[in-house]
Design a protein around this ligand. Structure first.
Ligand code: UGB
Length: 609
């Protein structure tokens, strides 16, 4: 392979090195130079200097070239097109007017809710769960991976364990007992620690074979409107994440989607890394998808105006109509340009007229596999450069192309049906995204805090709701602020998925009783029943029963329970040895004498004080 650019004096170092470079990499260099990337190879040192760095650099270029459909030339071409559109300020929704999407309102526990839950629960062994966990969660400022954070700190259950518990409960409740496939998308940032966590915990009781790890790759950062690849040093390519939309391409290229379809999996539920309540909604959302023939079901909440969650809308234009998430940064301009000059404001209810996207998606596998085959799973990309000034000629920092998993309906044809299912917020959506200071500021300005403390608070809140639906008298508690973030001092209720995944199951296992004050109730086990259990004040009852242990808990339990203790500044400081997932919420619980009953052998037991 001849070096085609010898006439350029700037390439002296590269041309001297040329014969040491493998032929495929020579081809790639030529292709890149033809595509406007000569800056990557200027001023190369002569052979003998930085040889190892150069080799690593060329390997990195070859890797990203191989990872992206269409290679680096395709990535550069797509970048130029999208950057030109962004510079012109083209409205991606030009000619489209937002209307209400087709939706099912399940914000309260009605007969309809239970009807859908029953339909869904009958199909637990036809579902796979897809967790997108490639993000680092920079807004949260946590040093490890987000799925290792505890969703609650009474028992310090990590998100990953909580999700695994739900999968195990689903398979135990199904007739076939078939392991529920669990697909986890990781990135180079999160992959090793995710695997470590699974291995160290024996896959949380799941079979290794039911877990599929798919790794998303980074894409090159772009330095300017001409699509110049950015460098982090003379021989280092700057790379950035491509977004959660990569999951579709990976499910296609890995063959996992087609494999699961072949094995009889009918629906895939996509969840985010730290949305603890997602599984509360699974049975009913699945029921809605089945009953209404939805190929794509977006789970939603009542959206607060300006909130950082996308709005779900049916977009209608000449001869076009599709239901889509309009991302939060695009909603306001779209509304101003079409139906409301005031933009992203509330209607008479105070909420945005468009349901808020929880990014929990229920997708029908048959339609999904067809679309993946037709499109290779390449989801519409977008770019969001931050310009230095209004001339839009330079960026404040390099940008990159991105994709979002909720954009899949952009690939749908007329025959695919998209719907929205709206749930109560506490029941369905309480992500753990913000550090304490940002969360407090968001709360102070009227928005949701979406922090570790609120995620835990809502975890107990959903437990209270489930217990109430089962017929117990449940106090709601009172809200206090911990470091400016709201937290309810009230009954802390954890009903593990092994105990109940549907309201009907809860009702079957609970009769009478009450819980008040800051009492605690934790139940884990399929065959536990509660008969007139009374818990008040700080009293706590914890019952854990293995498979085959039939436990009846009855009567009043009185003890000192768990005490909520806020952390001192010293405890929250970087050098304190308190776990980071405790520090990021600003409090912990101290066990002052909770009544704990554990049954590890099958048998019949009664628990009384
Ligand atoms: N994620 C990946 O797996 N890979 C990536 O490259 C990036 C992310 P963010 P975002 O629920 O509050 C989404 O960053 O993108 C995973 C919706 O677009 O937390 O700002 C990551 O690990 C928005 O409409 O969220 O916003 C995490 O699990 C709204 O619903 C997930 O993707 C918003 O979420 C989300 O990543 C919300």
């Amino acid at each position: 392979m001849a070096f085609g650019f010898l006439e350029e004096a700037e390439f002296v170092g590269l041309s001297a090195d040329w014969s040491n470079i493998p032929v495929e990499q020579q081809l790639l260099i030529n292709k890149l130079i033809e595509n406007g990337q000569k800056h990557l190879f200027l001023d190369w040192d002569a052979p003998g200097t930085s040889d190892a760095e150069k080799a690593v650099f060329l390997d990195a270029l070859a890797k990203v070239d191989g990872n992206y459909p269409g290679g680096l030339a395709g990535y550069i071409a797509n970048s130029r097109t999208l950057l030109a559109e962004a510079r012109e300020g083209l409205n991606p929704f030009e000619g489209l007017t937002p209307e209400q999407p087709e939706k099912v309102d399940l914000t309260s526990f009605s007969d309809e809710f239970e009807k859908y839950e029953a339909i869904g629960a009958a199909k637990f062994d036809k579902v796979g769960v897809v967790l997108v966990a490639g993000g680092l969660g920079e807004r949260l400022g946590y040093n490890g991976i987000k799925v290792d954070i505890a969703v609650e700190v009474l028992e310090e259950t990590s998100y990953l364990k909580h999700y695994a518990d739900n999968l195990l409960a689903m398979q135990a409740a199904s007739e076939s007992k078939r392991p529920v496939p669990f697909i986890i998308m990781v990135s180079q940032d999160t992959g090793p620690k995710t695997l470590e966590s699974l291995e160290a915990n024996n896959y949380f009781g799941m079979q290794k074979e039911q877990v599929y790890i798919l790794k998303q790759e980074l894409v090159p950062a772009i330095a300017d409107n001409d699509g110049a690849l950015a460098l982090d040093g003379k021989y280092q390519l700057a790379l950035k994440p491509h977004g959660h939309g990569d999951i579709h391409m990976l499910l296609h290229t890995s063959g996992v989607a087609a494999k699961l379809a072949g094995e009889g999996i009918e629906y895939l539920m996509f969840i985010q890394d730290t949305n603890g309540p997602s599984f509360n909604t699974l049975p009913a959302a699945l029921g809605v998808s089945v009953a209404n023939g939805y190929d794509f079901n977006s789970l939603a909440i009542k959206r607060r105006p300006g909130e950082a969650v996308g709005g779900l809308a049916r977009l209608v234009g000449e001869g076009k109509e599709f239901t889509l998430n309009v991302e939060y940064n695009q909603l306001d301009p779209l509304l101003r340009a079409t139906i409301n000059p005031e933009g992203d404001v509330g209607d008479e209810t105070g909420y945005s007229p468009f349901p808020g996207n929880c990014n929990t998606l229920m997708i029908k596998v048959a339609s999904y596999v067809k679309i993946l085959e037709a499109t290779q799973g390449i989801i519409a990309e977008f770019v969001n450069p931050k310009y230095s000034d209004e001339t839009k000629t330079a960026f404040k920092k390099p940008t990159r192309l991105e994709t979002m998993m909720q954009d899949l309906p952009k690939l749908f044809g007329e025959s695919e049906k998209v719907g929205v299912t709206i749930f109560d917020r506490m029941w369905s959506f309480s992500p753990n995204k913000n550090n304490i200071a940002d969360a407090a500021a968001k709360y102070a300005s009227g928005g949701p805090a979406d922090a570790s403390a609120t995620a835990e608070n809502d975890f107990y809140g959903a437990g209270r709701a489930r217990l109430k639906a089962a017929g117990m008298l449940v106090d709601e508690g009172e809200e206090i602020l911990i470091l400016g973030v709201p937290f309810t001092v009230g009954p802390k209720v954890i009903l593990r998925p092994s105990f109940a995944m549907t309201l009907e199951e809860g009702r079957r296992k609970v009769s009478g009783g009450s819980i008040s004050g800051d009492a605690t109730l934790i139940i884990d086990g399929a065959d536990v029943t509660l008969e007139n259990v009374e818990l008040s004040g700080p009293s706590a009852l914890v019952v854990k029963a293995c498979a085959g242990a039939k436990v009846t808990a009855r009567g009043t339990f009185e003890n000192e329970g768990y005490e909520l203790v806020t952390l001192s500044d010293d405890e929250r400081s970087a050098d304190s040895d308190i776990e980071e997932y405790i520090k990021i919420r600003g409090y912990k619980f101290k066990n002052r004498g909770a009544a704990v009953f554990e049954f590890n052998e099958p048998g019949e037991y009664v628990v009384e004080q």
